[in-house]
Design a protein. Structure first.
Length: 300
């Protein structure tokens, strides 16, 4: 074989390698472009607050895995098109954090083969919490009297504290996180009604254990406002048109940093650290916590 032929073959191989590398790079770029930014909605119109919990980077620079854990608002009603897109997530588990009444009114609609697990966070709560405020919203004048002047904020602050200390909340979150430590249950989704309060604390606690900064956790939490408030715009406008104070439904259906801060304050005052919260409040030992971290962090 002549030197010229050798040179041509070498050049051909180099070109082939460059083309292959270019194709691989382009495909990777295309896949990345198709993925929403961390904390952004997956874009299913009938499940507007459906989001991947992964994609964030921890304080130590470790990426959290995508495609394993999702958070959402209620799965009813779900359009046929969105049900197919939900099926593409290959979910094995659907953890429902709602009350019995909420489940009865809107049972989950999931693809075939998804295991539905009921974890009633508020089972031990009284009847004045956020989950029971919807009927009051049908009477704007009464709502103004009973919920105006910042009363909604006070109700939610107490509710978020209860997510940390209520026995039923501890039991529900314990079972959720213990289940997430088992590959047989993944990929998984957890949700409540609007996907912002009970779901919001579950995501905040999870991301904190994973090593996300408080700023990242708060950013993820506040993203619900982008998806839930527009979804309820017509109801909010109708409430206001009937004489209701706009601040009431926006405080009820949206999220505020002060709500999440109340949960963290309760957690810190009672347990000190997120690790102690998992071990003492939820009875999840260090070995299981580490297993969760290893499972959901990208391995270097």
């Amino acid at each position: 074989m002549t030197m010229a032929m050798n040179g041509c073959m070498t050049l051909s191989l180099i070109k082939s390698g460059c083309v292959a590398a270019l194709i691989a790079f382009t495909m990777t770029d295309m896949v990345a472009a198709q993925q929403p930014a961390p904390g952004e909605s997956l874009g299913l119109p009938s499940i507007p607050n459906l989001r991947d919990v992964g994609g964030y980077t921890t304080r130590d620079g470790v990426l959290l895995r995508r495609g394993l854990l999702f958070r959402s608002d209620q799965l009813n009603p779900v359009s046929e098109a969105d049900l197919q897109r939900l099926g593409a997530l290959k979910l094995k588990s659907d953890f429902d954090l709602r009350t019995a009444d909420e489940r009865s009114a809107r049972p989950d609609q999931t693809p075939p083969g998804v295991n539905n697990v009921w974890l009633d966070v508020l089972a031990d709560a009284d009847q004045s919490g956020p989950a029971q405020l919807e009927p009051l919203m049908r009477d704007p004048k009464r709502a103004n009297a009973e919920l105006g002047g910042g009363k909604v904020d006070k109700i939610f602050v107490e509710a978020y504290r209860s997510f940390v200390s209520l026995p039923s909340a501890k039991a529900a979150y314990r079972r959720l996180f213990m289940s997430l430590a088992d590959d047989a249950n993944l990929p998984a989704l957890f949700h409540c009604t609007t996907g912002k309060d009970r779901t919001g604390w579950a995501a905040a606690a999870f991301l904190s254990l994973m090593g996300a900064s408080r700023d990242v956790v708060r950013q993820d939490y506040l993203q619900s406002n982008r998806y839930i408030l527009p979804a309820y715009k017509s109801q909010i406008d109708s409430f206001v048109a009937a004489g209701g104070d706009r601040e009431i439904p926006e405080s009820l259906l949206g999220v505020k940093a002060v709500y999440l801060d109340a949960a963290f304050d309760e957690m810190t005052s009672k347990y000190g650290t997120i690790q102690n919260y998992f071990s003492k409040a939820l009875d999840i030992d260090a070995a299981t916590q580490n297993r969760l971290i290893e499972k959901f962090q990208e391995q270097k």
